[in-house]
Design a protein around this ligand. Structure first.
Ligand SMILES: Cc1cc2nc3c(=O)[nH]c(=O)nc-3n(C[C@H](O)[C@H](O)[C@H](O)COP(=O)(O)OP(=O)(O)OC[C@H]3O[C@@H](n4cnc5c(N)ncnc54)[C@H](O)[C@@H]3O)c2cc1C
Length: 424
């Protein structure tokens, strides 16, 4: 029996984009804009159903310092003793996990932190600019807000450390102001319940927020209007180099009738790997060893009534490492990092701890009982910098490993990758 995917797919293609999250959709868009014939392939029934589904919503360019920094190892050690801490780690008999941790420690030196911050901010600034252009050009609506992001601090030491990072950010072209508590409250009065615990903040007026899932869906429609084809529920099994291109083996996700190994084999001049955390396993047999590990995070989404005292400006609570984005009549809160392998299950205790912290900050929101919880795996590199560019296999390109800033960097990495492919 011929694999049914052959009815949807050409045997020979120009470009295949593997993965339809916020990163893959942007690779497809920018490649189509540069005249390539693009087909996007994803195992799920719709776009952005994995890590891009319910993230924190921040387009956080000017607060984009990497997780690996000189203060981080000490903070992590303290957190490991605390069951309620934003980070948790389950040691596993897994060489990938230990290698990743070691590489992460090496990225914590001042020199590497500076280099990584420069790289992230450069890509993120470019990305935010392109996002604004896309919004105007295509009339996108994804519950975006352009009111900036306030990052608030509860200890003098954290606030002081933020001031030196703010200097660096300003040197790199970011508009990041250090502000006192009164100004924090002027910008976001809904923080009044915890005013006395806030020692200061930083405000990045040019940063934005929005719903990455709605955005990716809207961009699918834009891409389709540009001739991009989407083949959903098609699982990529393997990729290999062939003369003048690559060959991808695929199967329908629900195909239980087919004999094992009866794949659809399709060729392309180029393929882009944008599979988030699944990129590592696909590329390993090709000898491409990505330093990419899942950092599980959680989000909660709460309905907001018009007269609830809820934030409208996007926020970051430094102590609890939580981010807040108002998405229309919902409040999205996200945070936590668990290094527990490829396990997307929701831990109810972690969610309850997050909900308690949010209720303390915003006690006047009424619909906490209608909260939706979600967990996603950030495709994290030790440096927080993504892989964007060629791989060691000709015609196979990488656009993955965007970690905690995939929404923030997605437009820029798609655009830069498409330019590299044009020049190759
Ligand atoms: C709790 C949390 C909060 C976050 N907050 C923010 C934030 O505020 N701002 C920000 O910028 N970033 C944030 N992020 C990070 C951001 O969400 C990710 O970096 C981004 O979504 C990664 O996008 P992606 O397209 O690389 O991966 P994904 O969205 O996971 O897309 C990968 C796609 O590949 C598909 N796929 C995988 N394997 C296969 C296969 N074998 N065959 C076919 N298809 C396959 C999947 O179905 C999926 O659609 C957050 C993440 C989390 C978890």
């Amino acid at each position: 029996m011929a694999n049914p995917l052959y009815q949807q797919l050409e045997r020979d293609n120009d470009v295949l984009v593997l993965g339809a999250g916020v990163v893959g959709i942007n690779a497809a868009y920018w490649l189509a804009k540069r005249g390539r014939q693009v087909t996007v392939i994803d195992r799920r029934e719709a776009v952005a159903l994995e890590t891009s589904y319910a993230n924190g919503g921040q387009v956080s360019v000017c607060h984009a310092e990497p997780w690996a920094n000189p203060r981080a190892p000490w903070q992590v050690l303290r957190w490991l003793m605390d069951s309620q801490a934003p980070l948790s780690f389950r040691p596993r008999l897994d060489a990938q996990q230990w290698r990743w941790l070691l590489q992460w420690l090496l990225e914590c030196t001042p020199a590497r932190t500076r280099r990584n911050t420069i790289g992230i901010v450069d890509l993120a600034l470019h990305s935010r600019e392109l996002l604004k252009q896309q919004r105007q050009e295509h009339g996108l609506d994804y519950h975006q807000s352009s009111q900036g992001i306030v990052h608030f601090y509860r200890t003098e030491s954290a606030f002081k450390a933020a001031q030196s990072v703010s200097h660096l950010m300003r040197d790199l072209g970011c508009n990041r102001q250090v502000i006192d508590t009164d100004r924090v409250l002027d910008i976001e009065p809904a923080l009044s319940a915890v005013k006395r615990r806030i020692v200061g903040g930083t405000y990045t007026a040019d940063d934005e927020s929005g719903d990455a899932h709605l955005y990716t869906r809207a961009m699918r429609r834009v891409c389709e209007s540009m001739g991009v084809r989407f083949v959903m529920q098609a699982e990529v099994q393997s990729v290999r180099a062939v003369s003048g291109g690559v060959e991808v083996a695929l199967n329908r996700r629900d195909d239980i009738d087919l004999p094992t190994g009866d794949y659809a084999l399709v060729r392309a001049r180029d393929a882009v790997v944008a599979l988030g955390t699944a990129s590592t396993a696909l590329l390993k047999p090709l000898g491409i060893n990505l330093s990419l590990y899942p950092a599980k995070g959680y989000s909660m989404t709460v309905p907001i009534a018009t007269d609830d005292m809820a934030p409208t400006v996007s926020l970051t609570d430094d102590e609890n490492k939580l981010v807040f984005s108002r998405l229309g009549n919902r409040l999205r809160v996200a945070g936590m990092a668990e290094l527990v392998g490829y396990d997307p299950r929701i831990d109810r205790h972690r969610c309850a701890a997050m909900a308690e912290q949010v209720k303390t900050l915003f006690p006047h929101i009424r619909a906490y009982d209608q909260t939706e919880y979600w967990a996603g795996l950030r495709p994290s590199t030790p440096s927080n910098r993504p892989y964007v560019g060629p791989s060691r296999i000709p015609h196979l390109w990488l656009n993955t490993g965007h970690g905690s800033l995939g929404w923030t960097m997605s437009c820029g990495s798609g655009e830069r990758l498409s330019k590299m492919m044009l020049l190759a």
